[in-house]
Design a protein around this ligand. Structure first.
Ligand code: M6R
Length: 367
């Protein structure tokens, strides 16, 4: 059932070209220039009149939510807030019937997310679900939703569900933006054509980085700490890269927006600190170049995820992982793939049980 792979996690990482494709199938109609999502369309007035969208989730799904905020605010210009379900449910939040609450959950059974949704519903918000498991509790309680068609995710560390969540959030942002006029037709057409080709980009990244990342992982088996840095859309991708590493390798890792480095974490940098930095060409590249200079001046070990043909960051980095260039909004999907592989191989070389990490359950149905 692992399809020849040693672990479910590796199988699921390699399934991403298909799971992202399946998540778009029937929804993204590039020739017609249309995104079809019944859950959105049937309630378009709710989205159109929303004061704001509140995204609630936990863990990896919360990271997807942060990227959803960037997407929806950039393309649909609707204010978005993203909150941990566990905080939201206990802090007497202000919610009205003018709010749209989007819950993101792979399992659809996460207790905190479920409780937060019940609260939002009581206060009259319209609630929308992005779940992977069909007919799960969250899918059933929501007013409407869109399933991620990632297929069953068995590995406790979420991989293909995350990229499928990003795919749905991208579709929602483009659809709302097109509808409310914030995303012009020409930009919409070129973005959806690019989105359609993302599964192919993921496939390319899997084949071009798999062996390289395995080799890089060997050098970090005994690391005790890691920093992950990114800017813009790739700041949440850095958080997610760090979470993957912690969960399965038990190495302490922290994700940060690269610009926050100087507000504290820079104190940690010396020759023993590995730093994964996501530095695609489109997305504050020059700023990232200066961050890498600051890291190298302190002898940190830089593992850089850059676009093919990159020179500036690559010249300074100790390890270079190349991904294809995309519009900034798609880069977290593509950049996450080598970071998943990196966490996976470091954990495997440490002899950890990657599919069933200690202390973790696939769905957290208790608070
Ligand atoms: O099933 P959910 O998406 O609601 O789960 C949320 C988190 O528990 C989950 O993403 C967790 O952080 C994963 N182990 C991440 O790999």
């Amino acid at each position: 059932e692992k399809g020849g792979y040693e672990h479910f996690m590796l199988k699921e990482i390699f399934e991403q070209p298909k799971s992202v494709h399946d998540t778009m199938r029937g929804r993204l109609l590039v020739d017609e220039g249309v995104i079809k999502m019944a859950g959105i369309w049937d309630h378009i007035e709710k989205f159109k009149n929303a004061n704001r969208i509140i995204i609630i989730a936990c863990g990896t799904s919360w990271h997807a939510g942060l990227i959803g905020e960037y997407l929806i605010e950039e393309y649909a210009r609707i204010p978005v807030e993203v909150e941990y379900a566990s905080e939201f449910r206990y802090r007497n939040p202000i919610i009205t019937d003018k709010d749209v609450v989007i819950a993101i959950s792979q399992s659809g059974e996460t207790a905190d997310t479920m409780a937060a949704l019940k609260l939002a519903k009581e206060k009259g918000a319209f609630i929308y679900g992005i779940c992977n498991v069909v007919d799960s509790s969250i899918a059933r309680i929501t007013d409407a939703g869109s399933y991620t068609h990632a297929g069953p995710e068995i590995g406790v560390a979420s991989t293909k569900a995350f990229t499928a969540q990003l795919t749905i959030l991208t579709l929602i942002a483009f659809k709302l933006g097109k509808h409310n006029g914030n995303l012009g037709n020409a930009d919409f057409m070129s973005l959806i054509a690019e989105l359609e080709a993302i599964p192919k980009r993921i496939e390319d990244v899997l084949s071009s980085t798999h062996e390289l990342v395995q080799n890089i992982a060997k050098d970090f088996v005994n690391a005790t700490n890691f920093l992950y840095l990114g800017r813009g859309y790739n700041y949440p991708a850095a958080l997610e890269g760090a979470l993957k590493l912690k969960e399965i390798s038990y190495i302490h890792a922290e994700g940060y927006p690269a610009a926050e480095m100087k507000h504290g974490p820079i104190a940690l940098i010396d020759e023993n600190m590995p730093i994964v930095i996501i530095a695609p060409k489109r997305g504050h590249y020059d700023k990232i170049v200066s961050n890498v200079q600051e890291i190298k001046a302190r002898k940190g070990k830089v593992i850089a995820v850059v676009n093919k043909g990159d020179t500036q960051v690559s010249a300074m980095a100790d390890y270079v992982i190349e991904i294809p260039e995309t519009s900034e909004c798609f880069s977290p999907i593509v950049a996450s793939v080598p970071l998943q592989l990196l966490a996976y191989y470091i954990a495997v070389y440490r002899g950890a049980n990657v599919d069933q990490p200690r202390n973790l359950a696939k769905s957290v149905t208790v608070e």
